[in-house]
Design a protein around this ligand. Structure first.
Ligand SMILES: NC(=O)c1ccc[n+]([C@@H]2O[C@H](COP(=O)([O-])OP(=O)(O)OC[C@H]3O[C@@H](n4cnc5c(N)ncnc54)[C@H](O)[C@@H]3O)[C@@H](O)[C@H]2O)c1
Length: 319
């Protein structure tokens, strides 16, 4: 099986490369290295089952070339910075919706049938049901990023049903672990390395969300995509997260403790009722019963466990 991973030099993508290479797949990566790093793939760069293409998904001819002979596409390339949506919404639109459309068009042109897509819990906006199941409605994202992820899902659904493709959509919680270069844990470690006496929290610190370790995330993406293909289903949507959630203040305490520090932890107070930034969802917990019913479940099943493991991993990597 030939797999194409877009954004495969990034955080989640490179861990997926590791898993699929270990399973014996032929893996091709296309990444423009805007955020991703070749170093994330260094274990495989001399392996003939890995092919790396430096290319931008806005370049349709490059993308079409990357699609040749591919059986399954894992589409992860994006700008994943939710916060950026306020300053540069066009960037978020192009690097989420537009490139997803390009991927679909290139799949159709090259007769590639199977797609797995990294969507996000942000499509739910401020859900009134917790834990939130996949069939929750109305889907009303509160960030440009969440809107772009939902628009991508809808575009994929339209293509799948019109052109008889098959897609598995993953609405991911906050994913943490080694090689991550954005998000709250990375931010806290960098801040504490710069000043070990004080730690600033964006927002009022009571934001409470679900965190999942990267090892469980890529297992879910691999296992459930294969399951969709095996069952011959056209379109499946899965929530992927851990079984509980944790506040930002508790994460700040865990990071400080793991670093052997006791900084003064203070909050900025935030915007719009304590959010870290406009569009920051305050409470998120995904109902993962559907994924569990298919045989996947997180091995690190608490947010605290995932965060602790991620802090240990990142402390070795972040200067
Ligand atoms: N990390 C999380 O907590 C999280 C949560 C929910 C959803 N997601 C989604 O998962 C996917 C992967 O996220 P990540 O955390 O690994 O981010 P990341 O930034 O580490 O990886 C994204 C990769 O895409 C590449 N890329 C960006 N624009 C590109 C373009 N135009 N052409 C080619 N390559 C391009 C980047 O260089 C990078 O390597 C994204 O779609 C993101 O929205 C992530």
């Amino acid at each position: 099986m030939q797999v194409l991973i877009t954004g495969g030099a990034g955080f989640i993508g490179s861990h997926l490369v590791d898993l699929l290479m270990e399973k014996g797949y032929k893996v091709r990566v296309i990444d423009n290295l805007s955020y991703g790093r070749l170093e994330n793939l260094k274990k495989w760069l001399d392996d003939r089952n890995l092919e790396f293409i430096k290319g931008d998904l806005r370049d349709i001819s490059k993308l079409s070339e990357a699609m040749k002979g591919v059986d399954i596409v894992y589409h992860l390339a994006a700008n994943p910075e939710v916060r950026l949506g306020e300053q540069d919404p066009r960037n978020i639109f192009e690097l989420n919706v537009l490139i997803t459309y390009n991927v679909l068009e290139a799949m159709k042109a090259n007769n590639v049938k199977y797609l797995a897509y990294a969507s996000s819990s942000t499509v739910y906006g401020e859900a009134k049901v917790m834990p939130t199941p996949e069939d929750y409605s109305p889907l009303e994202p509160i960030s440009v990023y969440g809107g772009a992820k939902l628009a991508s899902e809808a575009t994929i659904s339209g293509f799948v049903h019109t052109f008889h493709l098959s897609a598995t959509i993953f609405r991911l919680a906050n994913i943490v672990g080694s090689r991550s270069r954005h998000g709250v844990i990375y931010d806290f470690i960098r801040k504490l390395r710069a000043n070990s006496k004080k730690l600033e929290i964006l927002g009022d610190g009571t934001q409470k969300k679900s965190y999942l370790h990267i090892s469980d995330t890529v297992e879910a993406m691999y296992y459930l995509t294969e399951d969709t293909i095996r069952r011959g289903v056209e379109y499946e949507v899965y929530n992927i997260g851990s079984e509980d959630n944790i506040t930002v203040i508790d994460i700040a305490k865990i990071v400080s403790e793991e670093m052997g520090l006791s900084p003064e932890i203070y909050t900025t107070g935030g915007v719009d009722g304590g959010r870290g930034w406009r569009g920051d969802v305050k409470y998120m917990l995904l109902d993962i019963k559907k994924a569990k019913s298919k045989g996947w479940s997180p091995k690190i099943n608490t947010s605290e466990g995932a965060v602790k493991r991620a802090v240990k991993e990142l402390l070795d990597e972040v200067s």
